[in-house]
Design a protein around this ligand. Sequence first.
Ligand code: SF4
Length: 434
Amino acid sequence: MANAAVSIVKVTDIYESLKESLRLSDGLAGLNINDRILIKPNIVSWDFDLPYPPFGVVTTSTVIEALVRILAENGFKDLTIGEGALPGLSSKWDAVCETLGYTKLQVRYGVKLVDFNKGEFLAVDYGDGFKLDIAKQSLEADKIINLPVLKTHNQAKVSLGIKNLKGCLNKKSKQACHGVDAEELSLTFPRIIEKLPVALTIIDGLYTIEKGPGHTGKAFRKDLLITSRDPFACDLVGAEILGYPAKEVAHLSNYAKRHGYSLELADYEIKGESVADHREFVTYDWEWTEDDTGPVGFKKRGITGLAIRKYDSSLCTGCSVEFNPMLILFGSAFKGKPFPKVELVSGKQQKASAGFDNSVFFGKCACHSNKDNPNVTKAIPIWGCPPDLEKLVEVLAKEGIECDFKEYVRFRHYLFDRYKKEEGFDLADWTVSR
Ligand code: SF4
């Protein structure tokens, strides 16, 4: 019971509920009013071109606003919001800050807004050969308040506070976290926090999402805040609420082993609501066929002649966010006839197998690792890191596989529109009130 308490609060009024969660967890106890405080939300991606439902994907601005207001009322003056989203978003960082209302917080409270991707990264040696390039602004903060979303992750099962810190790395180190063997995802990213001054974790559970971390999964309204000064305890409780005991989550087990934590919920002090009252299993992964030829939906549609191998943990976020759209595009090319013996592999370790006439390599890693693969009859490399979807359509068209990009656009509208009928899904949660 030596760990700091974890509070679980049902959200009624966000400002009041956050105050209550901080009171119960003694959340501000580790902060000094002169501290340079970095608030780290989760803004993994945003899209200005096609409809983008942020439910359960991006930290809500209403929680950020409430936090900044509470900090200001308690005398904290040196506040920064910092994130290192997918590199493609860097040119739109100002627009993202405007859309999410952060610029209002800048005017009202003097909050600094930092895109890590535009700043300096320092090489940090963890002392045992493990090295990462970490955003200087996050290393130089006196304290970090980590504000992840309560969500599932199709590779890591859950993506909570410890995972959210991956946004403090540069592109190279983010990719390196998706390595193989000793550099496997569940062993690498839990180490980032060891060099960061995380003083408080607040899991934004206004919404959650199945088959996360991106917007292609289905979101649910949850209305919870989970808060603790202990980042592991906070994640353990968040994982339990999503239906995953910590011992079933590899990165939490690895972290616990390394830092001497218990994996038993009973060993942690929980204040406010009980886990049992809010625990609800949320599916983390997409269902694949038993013979690994594609999502079960493809089989149901009668798609044959095509084997899209399931992504593994070496596929990093850049390719991962393109994977579902790629499936939609392949699905759009199916006109009732079998595909011409096509296999698609991705990530850093998948190898094309024998028996296919066409081997598609999705992303530069798969292109490189299959360069000399004797199984390949005809290589169809989709270069890029991550590959560009329009390019994919163009390359496949040359091979007689006619994908319809409009189908992907329709899919994006479907993803967005399905929340319009649902009660409680409010895009105003990603704006700042005044
Ligand atoms: S090609 Fe894909 S898997 Fe490889 S480094 Fe780039 S984003 Fe990661």
